[in-house]
Design a protein around this ligand. Structure first.
Ligand SMILES: [Fe+2]
Length: 316
C-alpha cells in the first residue's frame, strides 16, 4: 500500500512544516512524467492554465523573467523549446486537467501523512513544472504550503527563513495571500548567507515551512517536478489572518497587527474581513504578468519577441 515508495526521514518526525525536510519517492519510474505523457497533457490541458517564462541567468535580475504566449504551439513543440532555451513551463492545476494526476497527488499525500503524526491534509492540488537546463525561478514565496516532488534532471534550491522580516516584509506576504501581487520578492545576494541549499536529484522530494522564500536554479538536463499544494486547518487559518490584516491595513489604516493565528482576535479579524468582502468593501484587483515573448520551438532560445501581429498577443 505504498505504490510511490514515499519515504519520510524518521529522525525528522516532528520537523514537517517547521523545518525544511527532504525525502524519497519513486515517481521517476512513473510514465505520467515521460515525454509522451507530458506532450499529451500539454496538448490537452486548458491553455489558460499553462504559463511559459523565459528566464535569465542572474537571480538578482527578476526583470529578465519574461512571460511567453504559446497559442498554437503544440505540446511536442513546447518540449522542444524547453530543451533548447531557458524556459520554465508551469502547467497549473494538473489535478483538474487529468484524473490520473489528481489521484497520484492524493496518493502521495496519503503515503506522506501516514508517516507524519498530526499531518492531516484536507485537500491538495498540483502544478507540473517542466523546465530547461540552467533555467531559474527567481526569489519568491508562495501562499499555500507545498511539497516539491522532483522527477527528472537536477536542480539546486535555496530556502530562506520563513516569516522573517529580514527576508520578506509581512505586508508582502499579505499581498501574496490576497492575490494582488506576483509572488516575486525583493532579493539581494547577501540573503544567501541565511539560506539552506539543497541539490535535488530524481527521486527526492522537498518541503519547506509554509511561506518560506525560495529560489531555484536548474543544473543539468530537462527538469520535471510536480509541485503539490496542500491545505490544512492551520494553513487556511494563516491565509485568513493575513488577508484580514491586509484589509485592516489598507482600508482602515491599521498597521503592526498581530499575525497570531489562534485566539479570539484572530477569529474576529477573519469574520470582519469575510463580511467586508461579501459587502464588496474589499475589492481586490489581481495583477497579471504581461507577455512580451512567444514560444517558438525552432528559435535558438525557444522564444521570439511578441509582435503586435502575433496571434494571441492579446491573450493576457
Ligand atoms: Fe515556489
Amino acid at each position: 500500500m505504498n505504490p510511490h515508495a514515499v519515504e519520510y526521514p524518521a529522525r525528522l518526525r516532528d520537523a514537517f512544516g517547521t523545518r525544511t525536510v527532504t525525502g524519497l519517492h519513486r515517481l521517476a519510474d512513473n510514465p505520467l512524467f515521460g515525454d509522451a505523457a507530458l506532450t499529451e497533457l500539454l496538448d490537452r490541458m486548458p491553455r489558460e492554465r499553462l504559463y511559459a517564462f523565459s528566464t535569465g541567468t542572474d537571480p538578482e535580475r527578476v526583470e529578465d523573467n519574461r512571460l511567453a504566449v504559446h497559442v498554437g504551439v503544440s505540446g511536442a513543440q513546447l518540449l522542444q523549446a524547453v530543451r533548447r532555451g531557458r524556459l520554465w513551463l508551469n502547467a497549473t492545476r494538473v489535478d483538474l486537467a487529468d484524473p490520473r494526476y489528481r489521484d497520484l497527488i492524493r496518493e502521495l499525500y496519503v503515503e506522506l501523512a501516514a508517516q507524519i503524526p498530526g499531518f492531516v491534509p484536507e485537500s491538495s492540488q498540483g502544478t507540473l513544472l517542466i523546465s530547461s537546463p540552467r533555467a531559474l525561478v527567481y526569489y519568491h514565496a508562495d501562499g499555500p504550503a507545498s511539497v516539491l516532488w522532483h522527477v527528472r534532471g537536477r536542480k539546486r534550491v535555496w530556502v530562506y527563513p520563513a516569516l522573517h522580516a529580514g527576508y520578506m516584509q509581512r505586508e508582502l506576504l499579505e499581498d501574496i495571500f490576497a492575490g494582488v501581487r506576483h509572488e516575486y520578492l525583493p532579493y539581494a545576494r547577501d540573503y544567501d548567507d541565511g539560506a539552506q541549499i539543497f541539490d535535488l536529484a530524481p527521486g527526492q522530494w522537498i518541503a519547506w515551512p509554509q511561506n518560506a522564500p525560495h529560489r531555484v536554479t536548474n543544473l543539468d538536463g530537462v527538469n520535471v517536478s510536480l509541485s503539490t499544494e496542500y491545505f490544512t486547518a492551520a494553513s487556511r487559518r494563516r491565509f485568513q489572518i493575513y488577508v484580514a490584516n491586509r484589509f485592516l491595513r489598507t482600508r482602515l489604516g491599521l498597521s503592526g497587527l498581530s499575525a497570531r493565528e489562534d485566539g479570539a482576535m484572530a477569529v474576529a479579524k477573519t469574520l470582519l474581513q469575510r463580511s467586508a468582502r461579501r459587502l464588496g468593501l474589499n475589492p481586490l484587483s489581481f495583477r497579471q504578468h504581461a507577455p512580451v515573448l512567444r514560444v517558438a520551438a525552432d528559435a535558438p532560445a525557444g522564444v521570439l519577441p511578441l509582435t503586435a501581429g502575433d496571434a494571441g498577443a492579446a491573450h493576457d
